[in-house]
Design a binder for this molecule. Structure first.
Ligand code: GGG
Length: 354
């Protein structure tokens, strides 16, 4: 019997609503497979916790999470707490605290009716974005000088270490080799004349060790256009933190919206727990109404199962999501349905239980 300990950090807004459905799915799998068991512990961290304690998580939060096999996170941010505080003091703290330097964000069209792009089918939009997750523009380096004065200057520095850049690019080449797919690097070396020139050089250097992997390099502006006009160009993409964050929202837009976008924050060395989350935020405008789409959160359960080595269950979860979307019977309003968050979760469980 394999026992997996999962820390639940549902967070803010619709986070708790969608995480509840992902937990339902894991509990259903546990019932169907007597070789698997999941143990959950819930952490009440987020903006409400901040209002009470002036911090988003406990001081020893990272220490408390260390003993888990995975972290399942909902969403972060709510009006009343500045967004940069809620993001940095919880989500980014966990990513950095556990050296989760790989962010895996699949861009996969499950049904061609979901894409706003004309004449694109499921086989045209099916790629993986590998985003550097710990440094770059999200390194937290910068300064705010002469605040409020006419000389005011604000600096936000992108940090690209050799270690950080090499390891994400190497991870992407390994993945491309394993999957026998092409690898596209997305940067902006014509304008960002230090960081992105360095990124391109490292991509070229590391690439010499992988002559079997076909490569492409695009500037991020051209790549954004190709995401929308010719997504079939991409198989595996590697890019920096900020570009990856923005590009994967385009990825969500071309595959059915934020309600379907999943992300895994991975520590490949497995020294620490990895974290699985829907890419969407806390959506305060619909929080508490029971209409949030739980599919992104359920898809992140599939990524978690794959990370645990349960690839078959991971595929079952993704294929069941596809069936539900294809049937169009039980969907939330963002996908044109009339059902609630928990009705979609219940239907999912009913389907995998057969
Ligand atoms: N589901 C996690 C969440 O609330 N994400 C909001 C967000 O802004 N994330 C930024 C990032 O992924 O770097």
């Amino acid at each position: 019997m394999k026992k997996w300990k999962i820390a639940l950090v549902p967070g803010d807004g619709i986070g708790p609503e969608v995480v509840a459905e992902g937990v339902k799915v894991l509990q259903a799998i546990e019932k169907l497979d007597n070789t698997l068991s999941f143990e959950f512990e819930r952490f009440p961290w987020g903006c409400e916790y901040y209002i009470e304690h002036q911090k988003m998580m406990a001081d020893d939060g990272i220490e408390q999470l260390k003993e888990f096999d995975a972290i399942y996170l909902g969403a972060v941010g709510y009006p009343g707490v500045p967004d940069h505080i809620s993001l940095w003091d919880l989500l980014l703290k966990i990513r950095k605290g556990f050296d989760q330097y790989v962010n895996l964000r699949p861009v996969r069209l499950l049904n061609e009716e979901l894409t706003p792009i004309k004449n694109k089918s499921e086989k045209d939009i099916d790629f993986l974005v590998i985003r550097e997750n710990n440094e770059g523009e999200y390194a937290g380096a910068g300064d705010w000088l002469f605040k409020g004065k006419k000389e005011e200057v604000v600096l936000q520095t992108g940090v690209f270490s050799r270690k950080g850049t090499e390891r994400i690019i190497r991870y992407a080449f390994e993945e491309a080799r394993k999957q026998q797919k092409s690898l596209t690097s997305i940067s902006k070396a014509n304008a960002l004349n230090y960081s992105m020139v360095f990124w391109d050089e490292v991509f070229e250097e590391v690439g010499k060790e992988y002559p079997d992997v076909k490569t492409e390099s695009y500037l991020v502006d051209a790549a954004s256009m190709f995401f929308v006009m010719q997504p079939e160009r991409f198989e595996i993409v590697v890019t920096s933190n900020l570009f990856g964050d923005i590009l994967t929202d385009i990825g969500a837009a071309i595959t059915g919206g934020m309600g379907l976008a999943t992300g895994a924050n991975v520590n490949p060395e497995r020294n620490y727990p990895s974290m699985f989350e829907p890419v969407h935020g806390s959506a305060p405008d619909i929080a508490g109404q029971g209409i949030a789409n739980p599919i992104a959160a359920i898809w992140s359960v599939a990524q978690m199962l794959e990370h645990f080595g349960e690839e078959e269950w991971g595929s079952v979860v993704v294929e069941t999501i596809k069936e539900i979307i294809d049937e169009k019977k039980v969907l939330t309003p963002d996908l044109g349905g009339k059902h609630s968050t928990s009705e979609v979760g219940d239907y999912f469980v009913e389907k995998i239980a057969g």
